[in-house]
Design a protein around this ligand. Structure first.
Ligand SMILES: *Cc1c(COP(=O)(O)O)cnc(C)c1O
Length: 443
């Protein structure tokens, strides 16, 4: 990967936005018109929520073997299925096994690998750093607010698979929908903490908040004098752009909050989540045009994933396409060390190489920062800012001087990507511990 031939990356490819009637290739939707497909209610009503529906809409287009593999996936994955017809129809059903979109939303049993021995359900220690329910307060001036745990689409690689969506065959969850009463405790906490200036409203997904709730949260946060910036986090623009285009009540609520923020001299922005250039179509661009014309700034946070976006061409194309439609690429995350995701993870070395390759391909302000959100709650750190990296055994050691000055943190590369002798060393608990201790001693 070190010798990248940038001339091989097509220069203007990022300006092409897919605009065909791609959903009509799905047998059940062959007769669905563009008008129907644009309707956010049609998208919701026809969302895929059970594995049997996959077979129903695809008919003979899916092989028996592949469908059985999908069924097996359901027994292992920590996440429910929920997919909008928009994303479902963008999947390449002629080669579903290798399609980056299928990989992200419809796991197959045969893809799963054993979890890393150091994996954690709450890898980022969000529950530990939580002073009141639904709030994580780790950094001095910014907080993470999780007002609900449902999403319009469930990602197999979800970092909050311990709580997001409903229970699955492998995980029991106490998920929650929107509940205004609990939010008031969060607002009261924030009002009493004058250092906090920045609130991330995540979840779950802000697309699942109704217009009243969007406004209720926005107004209550913005009226706290010391809160200067709020961000609604939603994957919606990437997986359900029809809502931006046709759910006028929802858009009106968002625009109202935005105007209120501006009136107060504060910021309201959206953080969205595109991970692959294949997720970007003319629909995404149209949704962005509407948000942009309202003056609403959108930033993107992607997750680095094996077989989805861990090639330079894909990452450059994603970056340029985002910039072209007025989305600012903000972060690319190393995959968190959560269960059921070993097949998605890449090595830290790959993250560093991609960062090097992408930097310089477009404007600096449209170049994402590649970060590792440290297991154990160290926060986000630039991928090249570790204190020590034993690349052979896949162990990196980090510090987070401002967040937790007395602690060291460790991140681990996926074992299946290491050389055979290193893989053997990981098999033995005592050797494993000695290797980790050795690495920590180096810093
Ligand atoms: C990511 C995150 C934030 C926001 O961090 P930024 O780097 O400003 O995007 C705030 N709190 C928590 C707990 C987070 O994980």
């Amino acid at each position: 990967m070190t010798n990248i031939d940038h001339s091989k990356i097509p220069d203007l490819e990022h300006r092409n936005f897919r605009n065909d009637d791609f959903w009509q290739k799905i047998p059940a939707w062959a007769g669905v018109t563009r008008g129907e497909f644009s309707d956010h209610l049609w998208q919701l009503k026809n969302s895929i929520r059970k594995i049997d529906q996959v077979k129903k809409v695809l008919g003979d287009k899916i092989s028996k073997e592949f469908f059985e593999d999908l069924q097996k996936g359901q027994q292992i994955t920590p996440m429910n299925i929920r997919i909008t017809p928009y994303v479902f129809a963008l999947i390449n059903w002629d080669d579903p096994e290798n399609c980056p979109l299928r990989k992200q939303f419809l796991p197959i049993g045969s893809q799963f690998l054993e979890d890393h021995p150091m994996h954690m359900a709450d890898s980022l220690s969000e529950d530990v750093d939580s002073p009141v329910p639904m709030l994580t307060h780790r950094y001095p001036d910014k907080v993470l607010f999780l007002p609900l745990t449902i999403c319009p689409v469930y990602c197999s690689y979800c970092t909050r698979s311990r709580v997001i969506g409903g229970s699955t065959e492998s995980v029991e969850k106490e998920s929650y929908g929107a509940n205004q009463k609990h939010w008031d405790n969060v607002f009261a906490y924030l009002a009493q903490h004058p250092k906090v200036e920045d609130v991330v409203i995540s979840g779950g997904d802000a697309f699942m908040l109704n217009p009243k709730q969007i406004q209720y949260i926005g107004e209550n946060l913005l009226k706290i004098p010391h809160i200067r910036r709020i961000r609604y986090a939603t994957k919606g623009i990437a997986i359900f752009p029809q809502k931006i285009l046709t759910d006028d009540k929802w858009m009106e609520a968002l625009v109202k909050v935005h105007k209120l923020a501006i009136g107060f001299g504060k910021q309201m922005v959206i953080h969205t989540h595109f991970s692959s250039p294949l997720e970007i179509t003319k629909w995404s661009q149209m949704a962005m045009d509407r948000l942009f014309s309202e003056g609403i700034l959108v930033r993107n946070q992607a997750v680095l994933q094996e077989g989805v976006n861990n090639h330079v061409d894909e990452m450059v194309l994603l970056t340029r396409k985002l910039g072209y439609m007025n989305i600012q690429p903000y972060y690319v995350y190393m995959h968190d060390m959560v269960p059921g995701c070993e097949h998605f993870r890449t090595t830290l070395g790959e993250g560093e190489e991609l960062e090097k390759a992408v930097r310089g391909t477009t404007a600096g302000f449209n170049t994402p920062t590649f970060v590792c959100d440290l297991p154990g709650g160290g926060g986000k750190r630039h991928v090249a800012s570790y204190e020590y990296y034993d690349q052979e055994n896949g162990i990196s050691v980090w510090r987070a001087p401002y967040v937790k000055p007395d602690k060291v943190f460790t991140y681990f590369d996926p074992i299946h990507k290491l050389a055979p002798d290193a893989q053997d060393r990981w098999k033995d608990a005592a050797t494993r511990k000695a290797m980790i201790d050795e690495a920590i001693k180096k810093v």
